[in-house]
Ligand binder design. Structure first.
Ligand SMILES: [Mn+2]
Length: 321
């Protein structure tokens, strides 16, 4: 009689992303077929209030141990996703970029290098924050692309002006992104914080800023329709795009945000509309979370469902036969 695989229980084992094999820093990758590379960017010095998102990547990895090793079942579409990627072992966990406290620029350089290492394999990088400051070094890594579009899902626009000595907080990254030559457009969705006035600057800079009222008018497909069809796109997900009631483990949580299904359906529509070339998820602070770890769990589920939809697209299947 076959024995149950006890390692499948979430409290057993070393938490790499979906139990993917771990890649060492100096490892030769030439014999590996890597389609998806996960990297942690455990940096939270950009946080202006209560820190803690440096532990986001670790907590999200742990929550991914709750998913099965044969993919996930989509209740809307009544079928499995991610089965092939898991069965063929195409997902690898590249560990964490070496973040060193107070060495902001060095840490950012190592995040960029880590994302580039994944891109050099022709693989899709998934970057686990950290706070939102890490999207700057992550998106910077795509500079060899002819041009990418950036979709940013967040209650805030993170677009404060850059001043000497005040340029790398989690309220600055999209000001940097706005200035990158390889970034062809920036679309920011979910804007609603009444504390954040940087959205006005972003609009003035010509970016598309979508408030929650506009989100509800447009719907997920309408949001995806703001992006140019078939073009390469990087997606940055702040967990605070979800409503505050859903994300107790996020210090920047705001009311009047998305339901989970609204975020999921938006990401699905985006995966179907553009070619997703990478994404990040940031701002989960596990020590602030409740005992069920619901914020980390929602983050893990968001990533897993988005990845499943990306891997189901014709552009993906063509590239990874
Ligand atoms: Mn935010």
């Amino acid at each position: 009689m076959a024995h149950k695989n006890y390692a499948a229980y979430p409290f057993v084992g070393i938490p790499t992303f979906l139990r993917a094999p771990m890649i060492r820093e100096d490892e030769d990758l030439s014999d590996k077929e890597i389609a998806i590379g996960v990297i942690g960017a455990p940096f939270d010095e950009g946080c202006p209030y209560v820190p803690g998102s440096r532990l986001c990547a670790r907590a999200v990895r742990e929550q991914t141990l709750r998913f099965t090793d044969s993919g996930y079942y989509d209740q809307q579409r009544k079928r499995m996703y991610l089965g092939e990627e898991l069965a063929k072992h195409r997902i690898y966990d590249f560990g964490d970029a070496n973040v060193i406290p107070t060495d902001v620029e060095g840490s950012f350089d190592r995040i960029t290098e880590g994302v580039k290492r994944i891109l050099n394999q022709g693989a899709l990088p998934i970057v686990l924050g950290g706070d939102h400051a890490i999207s700057y070094p992550s998106i910077r890594a795509f500079d060899k692309f002819e041009g990418i579009h950036v979709l940013h899902l967040d209650a805030h626009t993170d677009f404060l002006p850059i001043e000497p000595g005040f340029e790398n907080t989690n309220t600055h990254p999209f000001r940097h992104v706005n200035d990158m030559n390889h970034v062809k457009s920036l679309t920011q969705v979910g804007y609603r914080s009444i504390r954040d006035i940087s959205g006005l600057d972003s609009m003035a800079a010509g970016n598309r800023v979508v408030t929650m009222d506009e989100f509800w008018e447009l719907g997920p497909k309408g949001i995806a329709g703001l992006l140019p069809e078939g073009e390469p796109c990087y997606v940055s997900i702040d967990i605070d795009v979800l409503d505050a009631s859903l994300v107790p483990g996020c210090v920047s949580a705001e009311p009047d945000g998305m339901l989970y299904r609204e975020l999921r359906d938006t990401l699905t529509a985006v995966a179907e509309r553009v070619e997703v070339v990478g994404f990040d998820l940031v701002e989960v602070a596990p020590d602030l979370d409740v005992g069920t770890r619901i914020t980390s769990y929602l983050a893990a589920q968001t990533i897993v469902e988005f990845l499943g939809k990306i891997c189901d697209q014709p552009y993906w299947k063509e590239k990874h036969k």
